[in-house]
Design a protein around this ligand. Structure first.
Ligand SMILES: NC(=O)c1ccc[n+]([C@@H]2O[C@H](COP(=O)([O-])OP(=O)(O)OC[C@H]3O[C@@H](n4cnc5c(N)ncnc54)[C@H](OP(=O)(O)O)[C@@H]3O)[C@@H](O)[C@H]2O)c1
Length: 332
């Protein structure tokens, strides 16, 4: 009788889990925090430094934070776009933010020598920086064996080494004030290695290694450091247009279309802001069937591998990009 009840409980738990994963567009922890966790407004008055804030996920996270009166440093290369985002942030804040509460900081993440000066400018302007969100990055669509070595190096410079350089400057500053928070926009592909973007996926996996190791290294030090890995799935941004291919200097250049199956930038920005407010370690976001796939791959890797094989790389490509692989082959 007892065994029957335990069995029934396990089956009910499994069914509930499956239903949740069908309905939710994020992992269960983040969904819980959205309903019952700390509100984004707990960050009101704090300063969040966002790289890649001129468009896409960075822009939408900035707006989600601005709505709650979070002060912002908006960094990227396109100054005019940053000014546009700044005005949107002030408008969305409903009077909680004034001109001086949003700092536009034009900077090229690949100019490593400028990082310290720019970070110090933000500290001087606000007297503090509480959170660094490393979001700037570019993706890739390419066949594994054709990727030029210079593409691997350029992408790691932007997606990994620039992030490490700016983060180490931030951590040295956090050491002086006793606490801080580093967030990094990774990707669901930092967890689930989908095909046809090997360098990109390698770079996102590298971020997980570096930043999980950082969190563990600071567990028992005087510095109270939070480290959050944000893992969005396919989202409507300029991302595909800007993606690398296998060839140096070439952009993928294929735009997203309204009919694509992607999360909106607004929703992704909102989820990123919730994850930051709740200092999660790792948060997954994406439309169905991304969540069940991630849970399967992480918790039942053998079943995950079988599913990968049955579905096949071309279908996985179509699932990720809402486009056929042949389009990408014509491109390169
Ligand atoms: N969209 C998706 O489906 C998706 C999914 C998972 C993860 N992500 C991640 O989300 C992050 C943001 O991408 P997104 O989708 O929002 O694409 P996006 O709209 O193209 O945004 C990329 C941002 O990075 C900035 N950037 C690029 N190169 C830079 C450089 N050298 N120096 C400074 N800033 C630079 C761009 O600004 P400027 O051009 O003005 O410099 C822009 O603000 C990336 O890390 C990406 O890996 C995106």
């Amino acid at each position: 009788m007892v065994l029957c009840l335990i069995g029934l409980a396990v089956v009910c738990y499994g069914i509930l889990y499956a239903i949740f994963l069908y309905v939710l567009d994020c992992d269960l922890e983040l969904a819980f925090y959205e309903k019952f966790g700390k509100p984004i407004s707990r960050l009101r008055g704090k300063v969040v430094f966002i790289t890649g804030a001129s468009s896409g996920i960075g822009e939408n996270t900035a707006i989600a934070l601005a709505k709650h009166g979070v002060k912002l440093v908006l960094a990227a290369r396109r100054k005019a776009e940053l000014e546009r985002v700044k005005q949107n942030c002030i408008a969305c804040s409903n009077g909680k933010l004034a001109e001086n509460d949003v700092l536009v900081l034009p900077m090229d993440m690949l100019d490593f020598d400028s990082h310290e000066k720019n970070f110090n400018l933000a500290v001087q302007h606000f007297g503090r920086v509480d959170v660094l969100l490393n979001n700037a990055g570019r993706s890739q669509r390419a066949n594994w064996e054709n990727i030029e070595m210079r593409v691997h190096k350029e992408m790691f410079d932007l997606n990994v080494f620039s992030v490490l350089n700016l983060s180490s400057i931030a951590i040295k500053y956090f050491n002086t004030v006793g606490s801080g928070h580093i967030a990094v926009t990774s990707s669901v592909t930092g967890v689930l290695p989908l095909p046809f973007s090997a360098t990109y996926i390698g770079s996102k996996h590298a971020l997980h290694g570096y930043f999980n190791s950082l969190r563990n290294e600071k567990l028992t030090t005087d510095l109270r450091l939070a480290v959050t890995l944000l893992c969005p799935g396919p989202t409507f941004t300029n991302f595909l247009q800007e993606s690398y291919t296998d060839t140096v200097g070439q952009k993928y250049g294929i735009p997203t279309q309204n009919t694509d199956r992607r999360m909106t930038g607004e929703r992704c920005g909102e989820l990123c802001a919730i994850a930051i407010a709740n200092e999660t370690h790792e948060s997954w976001m994406g439309l169905f069937p991304m969540m069940p796939l991630l849970y399967l791959f992480v918790y039942f890797p053998i079943i995950g591998r079988i599913i990968m094989k049955v579905v096949g790389p071309n279908n996985l490509f179509r699932f990720r990009d809402s486009k056929d692989i042949s389009l990408s082959e014509k491109q390169s």
